[in-house]
Design a protein around this ligand. Structure first.
Ligand SMILES: NC(=O)c1ccc[n+]([C@@H]2O[C@H](COP(=O)([O-])OP(=O)(O)OC[C@H]3O[C@@H](n4cnc5c(N)ncnc54)[C@H](O)[C@@H]3O)[C@@H](O)[C@H]2O)c1
Ligand SMILES: N[C@@H](CCC=O)C(=O)O
Length: 553
């Protein structure tokens, strides 16, 4: 590895076009993986533990096919994982930082090479992503997280306080005292890997609980880290029942931090449990949580209607709307609505839905039966209401896989239920506003949902862009201008939201490293002739990011 590190470039995205050899190679890996049924153990202190408390991993798009059996940790293994993290801490923390970073940079190289097909195939089969959606997640985004975080880690160590004559000040960047818990969601393989790897790179040791419905790709991510040379016990891989895991791990006295991504409800539960246990801990655990969203697209009458329609279709329906950033409510002016509606319906009619192994399918399945039923309930609510009508999609079937058509609801009520609640599926609700009611509609958009994750405005009038950006400043952590609200790229659009969307610690930037995984320690040495004693102070610069608005032209 080359140290010092230079600023990385984002990993190029493979397209998997019909005659591309990369496509044939990925198809072969899909075939192989679909035909094997692996046993997935807990990996604690480097040891594989097959607990026998097992369940089958099924493909969401073909739920009669099971591709793995996962062994869940009981409270006993969860405790073991915490103890293993504590045992590994001393040696790991004292390894030179560039040696630790080198392990994760090696993982990035392996993932860009021989592991690419493995992680992409596991993400496609286990989470029902098409090849392109898997590529931007489990290959490119995870590679970027690993490379950029190593670079940011290097850079932030250069952040040192002022020293004046006779006084030498320094900041030491060190891991938290205790262990860190990474609790990760189903929808992004890269988020799972990053939530575990980022604190580890900084010298923390970690207990990682992946989601039940992402465990296949999480397991291969863990194998990748091991192959890259991660010492035993630095990351302990513990598939487990969520609430049981929470109750057990969050009462451990050495809990130092939680690195979480998932729903708002789960994060609130974690926070409450930590509050309840606050007297038990040796330190105040750091809490970093990126959570739910009800992301909007707002078109101004000056908008380029074609861009707005494309932004809506891609923003709402890529990966079946199961991105926390997915557009799920839209405010469109009456003057443009006819043309936008026509293009949305026409674009959707070209999108094939089906199995991920058919590379022609843009739309695949939603993650599981629970999700299928929840999303279908929202569609039924719209069908039954006189305040709403379905203008595209609306059908679903689960005989083979959990398939829900991309569905567009139009409502006359801006506070209709599907405009307010997170659905996390392929459902977009549109409210058409009278052009003269722009001001009132902006207020409604800002006040409708408890979340503030992503949002996009479409406008060509520069004064309108300025005015709308100001009016919606607290409504989104990632704010897009003339672009869809999804697809943040590491290093380019640090990602995270405020209000009920999380602690806004901006994954994919140095701010995330400051926020969770570092503790800082400043020292002032007075070296006067009188021989004044050493004194000591602490700095606390880990405030929430100020990056609320990240305009992109
Ligand atoms: N803001 C972001 O960056 C971001 C990114 C991805 C997903 N999300 C959000 O995640 C949600 C979808 O993911 P999900 O369905 O996997 O979320 P989830 O909240 O159901 O699960 C997340 C993780 O928490 C675990 N868990 C559940 N109950 C727990 C408990 N009581 N204690 C400890 N752990 C517990 C789960 O097993 C899983 O590993 C959506 O709300 C989406 O908006 C947000
Ligand atoms: N970072 C991703 C969303 C992650 C949440 O699911 C995006 O910007 O689309």
């Amino acid at each position: 590895m080359q140290f010092p590190l230079s600023l990385p470039v984002n990993e190029p995205i493979r397209q998997y076009a019909p005659n591309d050899p990369a496509r044939a190679s990925l198809q072969q890996k899909l075939k192989q993986m679909a035909n094997e049924k692996i046993e997935i153990p807990c990996i604690i202190g480097g040891q594989e533990i097959f607990t026998g408390r097992a369940f089958n991993v099924k493909m969401p798009h073909s739920h009669k096919e099971s591709i793995a059996r996962v062994h869940l940790a009981s409270p006993e293994e969860i405790q073991k994982a915490a103890n293993s993290a504590l045992r590994a801490k001393h040696d790991w923390q004292h390894m030179p930082w560039n040696e630790r970073a080198a392990i994760f940079l090696r993982a990035a190289e392996l993932l860009a090479g021989p592991y690419r097909d493995i992680l992409n195939a596991a993400t496609m089969l286990g989470q029902s992503k098409n090849a392109y959606q898997a590529e931007i997640d489990s290959a490119c985004e995870l590679i970027d997280f690993l490379r950029f975080n190593a670079y940011y880690y290097q850079q932030l160590q250069k952040e040192q306080p002022l020293s004046v004559e006779g006084v030498s000040n320094s900041l030491e960047y060190r891991p938290l005292e205790g262990f860190v818990v990474a609790i990760t969601p189903f929808n992004f393989t890269a988020i799972g890997g990053n939530l575990a790897a980022a604190p580890a790179m900084l010298g923390n040791t970690v207990v990682w609980k992946p989601s039940d419905t992402q465990v296949l790709s999480a397991y291969y991510t863990m194998k990748l880290f091991q192959e890259a040379g991660l010492p035993p016990g630095v990351i302990n891989f513990v598939p487990a029942d969520g609430p049981e895991f929470g109750e057990t791990i969050l009462s451990h006295p050495d809990l130092a931090g939680v690195h979480f991504t998932g729903s708002t409800g789960t994060f609130q539960q974690i926070w409450q449990t930590i509050g309840k246990n606050i007297d038990k801990y040796k330190t105040f655990p750091r809490l970093v949580g990126e959570t739910g969203g009800k992301d909007f697209v707002f078109a101004h009458p000056s908008a380029d209607w074609e861009s707005a329609a494309t932004g809506l279709v891609r923003g709402a329906f890529e990966y079946q709307g199961q991105k926390c950033s997915a557009a799920s409510r839209a405010y469109l002016p009456q003057s443009l609505y006819g043309k936008i509606q026509e293009k949305i319906i026409s674009d959707l009619s070209t999108m094939k839905m089906g199995d991920v192994r058919d590379f022609g399918c843009f739309i695949n399945a939603v993650i599981d039966e629970r999700s299928f039923k929840k999303i279908s309930t929202f569609i039924e609510i719209a069908k039954a209401s006189s305040d709403a009508k379905i203008i595209a999609g609306g059908n679903s079937k689960m005989d083979v896989g959990y398939f829900i058509e991309p569905t567009v609801i139009e409502t006359t009520k801006p506070l209709f239920r599907t405009m307010v609640e997170e659905i996390f599926g392929p459902v977009l609700t549109i409210h058409v506003y009278d052009d003269s009611k722009l001001d009132e509609t902006l207020r409604i958009c800002d006040e409708t949902s408890p979340y503030a994750l992503t949002g996009a405005i479409f406008a060509q009038d520069r004064q309108a862009v300025e005015m709308m950006s100001k009016r919606l400043i607290n409504a989104a952590g990632n704010f897009y201008i003339n672009d869809k609200p999804t697809g943040a790229t590491v290093g380019q659009q640090p990602f995270g939201g405020a209000r009920k969307s999380g602690t806004n610690d901006k994954a994919g930037s140095h701010l995330n490293l400051f926020s969770l995984a570092l503790s800082e320690n400043g020292e002032r040495k007075l070296q006067s002739a009188e021989g004044l004693p050493l004194s000591f102070f602490k700095l606390n610069p880990w405030n929430e990011s100020m990056l609320n608005a990240l305009p992109r032209g």
